[in-house]
Write a protein that binds this ligand. Structure first.
Ligand code: NAD
Ligand code: UDP
Length: 339
């Protein structure tokens, strides 16, 4: 019996594949490589020394998914596949709704045909919108003040999966709301590969340290936070990956829908992260303060109690680990591009 990971050539999925294989699970990977490279799949094999089937397939293609379910004995699905760039989602909303919702619906249909009844979904803290008090708890109202189509896709998919589970007493749905995943595998072989100029903070920091970007602009230093910069719940991607193992085990034992925040439960400011990166790696990151970025919330972080109590999972790695591992990954990418 295997776990199907959609989108596992990508950042979070590849780390989850490694953790599942290390825990002795069988996996099957499907990804259309729209935002990833096949070397990530090879590197999952290299890190773990284990093999698994890889399907280069579009999850929206129901026939292709049926073939995967026909050929493999799939017990549960972890659904990472989707588009994730907030800015791009504002420019190309239909593309985002089509891919993110379309992959989920085609998966649910194939799962039903082949009697697979467990799905774990990559949701996001963005569903909490902009009105909830911090820290965010799973029972808070979602959907108020979501400001972009990407966030709406996460909200809508949570709804679709919850409705599907309400209608089918056999179905197990686990919604994982990620906070800000950064870091990389300590081998330096897998990590986050942004397309073009990074939008997210950590890839911008590593590229600035590597000299690819001249300097980092910290968006806003007049927020009502301790040092005036935004605060986020940065979580090491390997910790996040381990949360999926716990979620799979939970889904094996429970029906219906359950929601878990995957965060550390501790806010760290943008400036703190930059300084931690400089300290941990002994490299310079030139930065300047710029205006606030539209749509950014001053601060948010997870109440991580439920995942600890129910799943027995909590984040273990430090900000220094995140900074060191992100830098090792950047150095690995640089060494490849220089070859
Ligand atoms: P990623 O882009 O690195 O990985 C997503 C993978 O899905 C890519 O490998 C891409 O090729 C694949 N994919 C996309 N559409 C596909 C399709 N139609 N068929 C097959 N494969 C397809 O992103 P990630 O950072 O690893 O994120 C994984 C999931 O977690 C996404 O759903 C994302 O929205 C969600 N998430 C990410 C973050 C974050 O900060 N990285 C935060 C919250 C939620
Ligand atoms: N940020 C920044 N400069 C950058 C990119 C991001 O100051 O070049 C800040 C951003 O304003 C936010 C935090 O870093 O406060 C995290 O942003 P990111 O895009 O990584 O994740 P988000 O919290 O938006 O999901």
């Amino acid at each position: 019996m295997a776990i199907l990971l959609t989108g596992a050539a990508g950042f979070i999925g590849s780390h989850t594949a490694v953790e599942l294989l290390n825990a002795g699970k069988e996996i099957v990977v499907a990804d259309n490589l729209s935002n990833a490279e096949e070397t990530a799949v090879e590197n999952i094999r290299k890190i773990t020394g284990k093999d698994f089937p890889f399907y280069k397939a579009d999850i929206m293609d129901e026939n292709a998914m049926d073939r995967v379910f026909e050929e493999q004995d799939i017990q549960s699905v972890i659904h990472f596949a989707g588009y994730k760039a907030v800015g791009e989602s504002v420019e190309k909303p239909i593309m985002y709704y089509e891919n993110n919702l379309g992959t989920t619906i085609s998966l649910l249909k194939s799962m039903r045909k082949f009697g697979c009844s467990r799905i774990i979904f990559s949701s996001s803290a963005t569903v909490y919108g902009d009105r909830n008090p911090i820290p965010y708890r799973e029972d808070m109202q979602t959907g108020i003040g979501i400001t972009n189509p990407y966030g709406w896709t996460k909200y809508m998919i949570e709804r679709i999966l919850t409705d599907a589970a309400a209608a089918d007493p056999d179905l197990s749905v686990v919604l994982l709301r990620y906070f800000n995943p950064i870091g990389a595998h300590e081998s330096g072989l897998i990590g986050e590969k942004p397309n073009g100029i990074p939008n997210n903070l950590m890839p911008y920091i590593t590229q600035t340290a590597a000299g690819i970007r001249e300097k980092l602009t910290i968006f806003g230093n007049d927020y009502p936070t301790e040092d005036g910069t935004c605060e986020r719940d940065f979580i090491h991607v390997v910790d996040l990956a381990k949360g999926h193992l716990a979620a799979c085990e939970y889904a094996d034992e429970h029906k219906g829908t359950e929601i878990f925040n995957l965060g550390t439960g501790h806010p760290v400011s943008v400036l703190e992260l930059v300084n931690a990166f400089i300290r941990a790696n002994g490299v310079d990151v030139p930065y300047t303060f710029g205006p606030r970025r539209e749509g950014d919330l001053p601060a948010y972080y997870a109440d991580a109690t439920k995942a600890k109590e129910v799943l027995g999972w909590e984040a273990e790695k430090t900000i220094e680990d995140m900074c060191r591992d992100s830098w090792r990954w950047e150095c690995h990418c640089r060494s490849l591009s220089e070859e």
